[in-house]
Design a binder for this molecule. Structure first.
Ligand code: BG6
Length: 484
């Protein structure tokens, strides 16, 4: 058990869509781990709500199996699972009708933090919000948690925001982007704003360019129906990569408080240049000896949805004008590796002469796996033979630097759910942020459609399409290796 864990207040959490994939994989095992860590008080209650007819015992059994399958964490002692399950109940609720709502209301306790997690399709958000208010389950202190995809374009995102706003105030709405809950993503802010070392150099004068890579080995099999309508741009860039870019590029907020942070992120999104046609590469993985290609994983054998995107993006503001941001993400790539690399400029003049070569410092922040940071610095190659320079890494892999503490790092969902209970919106997207992100993304997607763009094929298990390499080469730069 981690001693620094501060328990949250007792709460009632209702999970709509409690029998679904996300609840079983992430939400319920995550809550169990928070319980084991001592953060979740015994007086908390979790109520699953879904269409399936089930009683408390049936749902508890489902939760038991989900935890067995998707991990209960190491910190859990024997017997803890039964204590956790005793806090859980289930109500069969009809999202589009009246069935089950009075019973669900009967389970909620007065004077408790109340949160409602919408782990359901966005088309149900409106119906749920209306019934929560209509049946008197939610009041002005209750919170609602919504998942991505938050719309598929600006228009649908606006409509969702409006629907939620009819029933809840913005301060009650928690839009999840699970990347914001990742430990290293928050560390990015700690590094930038907790040290004197980096911030003075964090601008176009000293930074040559920034690379953001979220590479995955998984393909889209099993979720082709969703993915084929979405593609990498909507599934990853509009949200996760955009959030990473914002945290890297934003001005220091005055305080680490929800609106102070979100105001700064919004300014970054609004400063993004429209992406130049020649600065974006779409890809789709083809087959290799080991796996089938994208088109075998989706219904449409001629699908032109992208499973890979690489792009060069400009941020037109005082701090960043002239420093490009290169983003790339894709499925079925050669390694699962997510990294942000801040590549500094070369020293303005080499006192060691041309034979010493050119050396640039790189600060790399690894999101996963092997979370940590690494600062490339230039030193003298040891031994005689003159002044030969060499790049070495000041490596801070969290598992090494933090020892056992690194093992107790909560998963993104665990942390975010606890933040909902605490009423802290800092790591959640505000409605205007989501809309601004779609405003930037929509013209790119519309452009592809208008031009009948066909993605470049890349081999599954590779680095992505050749054209993505060219995107950098043309600028005399190079992607960092995708490796674990
Ligand atoms: C999800 C996307 O939001 O994030 C998935 O829908 C993607 O396609 C996943 O695989 C990546 O999350 P993580 O935490 O595994 O990097």
């Amino acid at each position: 058990m981690v001693s620094r864990v501060i328990p949250v207040d007792p709460f009632d959490l209702v999970i709509f869509g409690a029998t679904g994939d996300l609840a079983r994989r992430k939400i319920l095992p995550g809550l169990f781990r928070r319980f084991c860590s001592g953060q979740m008080p015994e007086a908390a209650r979790i109520i699953g709500a879904a269409r399936s007819e089930m009683d408390d015992a049936g749902f508890r059994q489902m939760v038991r199996e989900a935890i067995a399958e998707f991990g209960g964490g190491q910190a859990c002692e024997d017997g803890t699972l039964d204590d956790f399950l005793s806090m859980i109940g289930y109500e069969h609720v009809d999202a589009m009708g009246d069935g089950g709502w009075e019973q669900l209301k009967g389970r909620l306790r007065p004077d408790m933090v109340r949160a409602f997690y919408f782990s359901v399709a966005p088309s149900l958000f409106g119906a749920l919000a209306e019934r929560l208010r209509g049946f008197g389950l939610a009041d002005d202190d209750s919170r609602v948690v919504v998942e991505k995809p938050f719309g598929k374009d600006l228009e649908s995102a606006r409509a969702l925001n409006q629907t939620l706003a009819e029933h809840f105030d913005e301060t009650q709405i928690y839009r999840i982007d699970h990347y914001l809950g990742k430990e290293t993503v928050q560390n990015l802010m700690a590094v930038r704003f907790g040290n004197m070392l980096f911030e003075p150099l964090w601008n176009a004068q000293y930074v040559d360019h920034i690379q953001i890579t979220v590479a995955e080995t998984v393909d889209v099999s099993g979720r082709g129906a969703y993915y084929d309508k979405s593609g990498a741009m909507r599934d990853m860039v509009q949200n996760h990569l955009m959030q990473l870019l914002c945290l890297i590029a934003m001005e220091p907020p005055a305080r680490f408080e929800p609106d102070a942070v979100r105001d700064e992120k919004l300014k970054v999104i609004r400063a993004l240049d429209p992406v130049d046609w020649h600065h974006i590469v779409r890809g789709q993985y083809g087959p290799d000896e080991k796996q089938a290609g994208y088109r075998s994983h989706v219904e449409d054998p001629r699908s032109t949805t992208e499973s890979f995107v690489a792009m060069k993006v400009g941020v037109s503001n005082w701090r960043w004008a002239g420093t490009p941001f290169y983003l790339r993400t894709g499925k079925a790539l050669k390694a699962r590796a997510s990294e942000i690399a801040v590549v500094f400029k070369d020293a303005p003049h080499s006192i060691f002469g041309p034979e010493a070569g050119r050396h640039a410092n790189v600060l790399s922040i690894r999101l996963q796996p092997n979370e940590g940071m690494n600062l490339g610095v230039t030193i003298k190659e040891p031994g005689p033979g003159g002044m030969r320079l060499k790049d070495v890494a000041l490596d801070m892999t969290f598992a090494d630097a933090l020892g056992p503490d690194a093992e107790d790092i909560p998963d993104a969902y665990e942390r975010l759910i606890m933040d909902v209970i605490r009423g802290n919106q800092t790591l959640f997207m505000r409605g205007d942020e989501v809309e601004a992100a779609w405003s930037w993304t929509d013209p790119i997607i519309e452009g592809w459609k208008r031009r009948g763009d066909v993605p470049k094929e890349y081999e599954a298990g590779s680095n992505g399409p050749e054209d993505a390499l060219m995107l950098m080469h043309r600028d005399g730069r190079k992607w960092r290796d995708i490796r674990v």
